[in-house]
Design a protein around this ligand. Sequence first.
Ligand code: ZN
Length: 431
Amino acid sequence: MRHWKSIGNLSFLWVAVIFTVTLFLPIAQPAAAQDIVVCPGFTAEDEIDIYHEVDFAESIVFHVCWHNVPEVLEATLVIESDVFQQPIERSVDAHPNAKEGDLINLNYPLDLGATLIPAFVTLEYTWTLHFLTEPPQVQEAQTIHYIDDSVLWTKTSSEDGTLHVHTAPGDGEVAQIALDIAQASRLEISNLLPMTSATFDPIDLYLYPDAETFQSTLRLTGLDWVAGKASPEIGAMMVPISNRASMAEDLGQRIPHELSHLLLYRAAGDAYASIPAWLDEGLATQFEQPVNSNYAESIANVNNSTQLIPFKEMCVNLPASPPEMALRGYAQSHALVEYMLQTYGHEAIDAILTAAKSGEQCEDTLVNAIGLEKSGDQLAEEWLSSLQPDFFDLRSPLWIGLAFILGTFLIVILVLWGRTDGTRTIKDYNR
Ligand SMILES: [Zn+2]
């Protein structure tokens, strides 16, 4: 997660990042018998019909309809998403009294109060029918783009139709500001990252009208932070307008930051999960305009690696709390990626992506990247030593200080020498 506003206010940080709990609970539950529900639009000619009804943050009802030939015992439902640690599996009994040829509708209502799902993610679900006499039949997988429809969104699109800004009623003017920021930063970011066929795929930016509405959505969907969020799998970003007075600056930080996550995901493809979190966040912070000044302050007094959060501990996530540690995570990531880009150029990013795509995991992506045989922490040592004055560098403060002292000493000697010499001359003259 990307941001952020004032020095005193650390609320821009992740307060807690981890999804609740319920997503990780397994899973298979006893089959439940159901009342017969009519299948809308299902005709005698249809073999099978699968559909779903989404009520944002309340429930998703998964339906499967068919004519009961051959006879079905039960149906099982598997729901998958990148945000789940494991798939959700449920089974539903077929109607016990259904006769051969009857129209059957089985459904499973997923309670989104108990199973929290972040907004703007993709879910994929599959029904499998289990017959009395025949082998099970797996149905075609279905996709749900789980969009927050609690705000009455209005869409404003770029001329080429690849950027869409969704705003709440009355925020039409903000849409244009956001669109301009997104277009400029997309160009800047895509210049740094390797181009793929997905780079300029459509992007949807949801601009929440205020921090409260945004936080409410996050809370309802099991997340708790206020900065901004990217859902790269569906090309969506969520950013709140937290403060109307500093809106342009806030959006200038948040939109490019989230966009960087999204475009890195597109550049990395399936290897995105293998890219160190510190690299992903450190890269995103490079595009903030202006860069959050809190980063520099957070690491101003760091001068050796024991004062750093080890980079190997920031492979998967940056620390979420306490706030000063969360800020430190971003600050370190920003500084290290800045150093890496200055020292090794954007080729380092290409090399890391190549390593990730060839199956290297997290720290190994760096170690094995071409021309960059270093772990994150070794790179950090190099970065820190680059901050130390070099004894043999004549431009270092040490040498400048010495030269100043010696110079002053010499001038004093010369002045005193001149005075002594002059006195003697006068004396000589008097004689
Ligand atoms: Zn971020």
